[in-house]
Design a protein around this ligand. Structure first.
Ligand SMILES: CC(C)(COP(=O)(O)OP(=O)(O)OC[C@H]1O[C@@H](n2cnc3c(N)ncnc32)[C@H](O)[C@@H]1OP(=O)(O)O)[C@@H](O)C(=O)NCCC(=O)NCCS
Length: 151
């Protein structure tokens, strides 16, 4: 396994991986333009976790609001490659690369597999709040917001 900055040529494969994770409920709604969704507003950087040079995991960093800490976002790993520390390594890379002293992220209450990982890595939950989006069934999930102080 290797972690490297995401390149433009990785995008089709990363979108394929995202399609697989969407089957498990992430993202809850399939984006109109999945490649653009991978670089959300304020996009700063993104990395892929590769196995035999094949991107099978992804994470991004964005600054959607200038007065807020950067946001760790778009974290997902292909279902066939989970449980081997790829997400852990992707998070480690974001945390090492970030210039800001604090990072934040949000995660739905419904994905304990994800937020257990954040808590194990020292992320601290700051608050819970209803999402500003709804699932295809109309329900609004509760989001857990986390932050991590890096220095
Ligand atoms: C959440 C997600 C990114 C985790 O990816 P992952 O690569 O499987 O994560 P890791 O392998 O680093 O850690 C996950 C688990 O594997 C275990 N693990 C890590 N390395 C391991 C290893 N070498 N051997 C066995 N188990 C290992 C971890 O302890 C962890 O266990 P837990 O279920 O008790 O928490 C992945 O499940 C996913 O893509 N989910 C859908 C998208 C999503 O919800 N993203 C978060 C949005 S905020």
């Amino acid at each position: 396994m290797d972690i490297r900055p995401r390149s433009e040529s990785d995008l089709p494969r990363v979108v394929d991986v995202l399609r697989r994770t969407h089957g498990g409920g992430y993202p809850a709604r399939w984006p109109d333009d999945p490649a653009a969704w991978l670089s959300p507003p304020g996009h700063l950087a993104a990395w892929t976790a590769t196995v035999n040079d094949d991107p099978v995991g992804h994470v991004g960093l964005a600054v959607p609001a200038v007065d807020e800490p950067p946001l760790v976002t778009r974290l997902f790993v292909h279902p066939d490659h989970r449980g081997r520390g790829l997400a852990d390594a992707l998070l480690g890379t974001v945390e090492e690369s970030a210039a800001a002293p604090v990072l934040r992220l949000d995660v739905t209450e419904e994905t304990p597999g994800a937020w257990r990982l954040y808590e194990r890595r020292g992320w601290r939950m700051t608050h819970r709040v209803p999402a500003d989006w709804s699932k295809p069934d109309g329900s609004v999930p509760v989001m857990r917001w986390y932050e991590k102080r890096l220095r």
